[in-house]
Design a protein around this ligand. Structure first.
Ligand SMILES: C[S@@+](CC[C@H](N)C(=O)[O-])C[C@H]1O[C@@H](n2cnc3c(N)ncnc32)[C@H](O)[C@@H]1O
Length: 323
């Protein structure tokens, strides 16, 4: 195994044996649902940088895969929507993390009468070679893990997720991103990488690897401040601003003209007709906002019309729209 992967496993072994509240940082409020009580220890072991749980993805008791389990908080939140034995599979290579998570799920069972620990099946394994059958999963999730991987391993991990997802299944992820290039010395610092501080790609590069894995629809659901690496505290001359992003990538076929990537752009037609039809599959009712993917935004922009407004990306896309 590559040494940086071993370093990561060792760091999370420590974080399993002794919860480290500040390990990863998130400004995301923790999802609370009726009759869901999250044990304190799961909150202390929240090593994510956002949320991957979205009720919109979780209709009809989906089969769920969660890679890199941490203290199990999101396993519990996913269980809320899929209450069958083995409906949620967790995969992690760190035995100590698996044990801690299993203990935390027993605690969750005591606090939540609806929850049975049998809903969750935890397997020892790695994101790079998932112990999961082809096309068996509806929703796969990872939170603050893939950024640790170098580009070659990231591609492997995404290919593995793609392999196990059913057609139209979805990968939901939360990960750090950084739009300036992180200096090589920090990138190669195995500890910083493992702590989710120096492996981040730019959003554009991250979207490229996701699309290259075959996902035909990609949604950016949130983008937030995450961390600062500054010259006083890190071995860097430049000030580095890291964000976190929540993405949903859907295993739809890739259209001939490329994947549909929704970054939160919206079009509004305000001309003198009832609607505008671009004859390419997009009909805009007058004065009604229509969520559009970046490809459609580009096409409409090229029409050079004075009666269609297209917003900037909000990075807050929540469904619906053109494609
Ligand atoms: C930053 S923590 C995130 C934990 C969890 N997703 C959360 O949001 O709290 C990374 C997790 O990935 C696990 N991990 C480390 N290397 C892994 C690998 N190669 N494949 C899968 N999981 C891995 C760690 O043991 C740890 O549970």
């Amino acid at each position: 195994m590559n040494t940086y992967l071993e370093t990561a496993e060792n760091i999370y072994k420590e974080a399993a044996l002794k919860p480290d509240v500040g390990l990863c940082c998130t400004t995301t409020p923790i999802w609370q649902f009726p009759e869901l009580e999250i044990p304190r220890i799961m909150l202390d072991m929240n090593y994510g940088c956002g949320s991957t749980v979205n009720p919109r993805d979780l209709v009809n008791n989906p089969s769920i895969l969660y890679v890199g389990i941490g203290g199990g908080m999101e396993l519990l939140q996913f269980s809320y929507f899929s209450r069958n034995a083995g409906a949620i599979i967790g995969v992690d290579p760190v035995n100590e993390m698996i044990d801690a998570c299993a203990t935390n799920l027993i605690e969750a069972e005591k606090l939540n009468p609806w929850f049975k620990k049998e809903f969750v099946n935890i397997k020892n394994g790695t994101a790079l070679d998932l112990p999961i059958d082809n096309e068996s999963i509806d929703v796969a999730a990872q939170n603050c893990l893939f950024n640790i991987f170098n580009t070659e391993d990231l591609k492997k991990a995404l290919n593995e997720i793609y392999r196990v997802l059913k057609p139209h299944g979805r990968l939901v992820l939360s990960d750090p991103i950084c739009d300036i290039s992180i200096p090589e010395n920090l990138k190669n610092d195995e500890k910083l990488r493992a702590l989710c501080l120096s492996g981040a790609l730019s959003l554009t590069d991250y979207l490229d690897v996701i699309s290259s894995a075959g996902f035909g629809t990609v949604e950016i659901r949130a983008r937030r401040p995450y961390r600062i690496l500054d010259p006083n505290n890190y071995n860097t001359e430049k000030f580095i601003y890291i964000e976190s992003v929540e993405i949903c990538a859907i295993k739809d076929p890739i259209p001939m003209d490329g994947p549909c990537v929704f970054t939160g752009k919206t079009a509004i037609y305000f001309g003198d007709k009832e609607y505008f039809d671009d004859k390419a599959g997009h009909v805009m009712i007058k004065n009604q906002p229509l969520a559009i993917c970046d490809k459609t935004a580009n096409e409409i922009n090229h029409l050079n019309r004075g009666d269609i407004f297209i917003s900037e990306s909000t990075y807050f896309y929540d469904g619906g729209g053109c494609c």
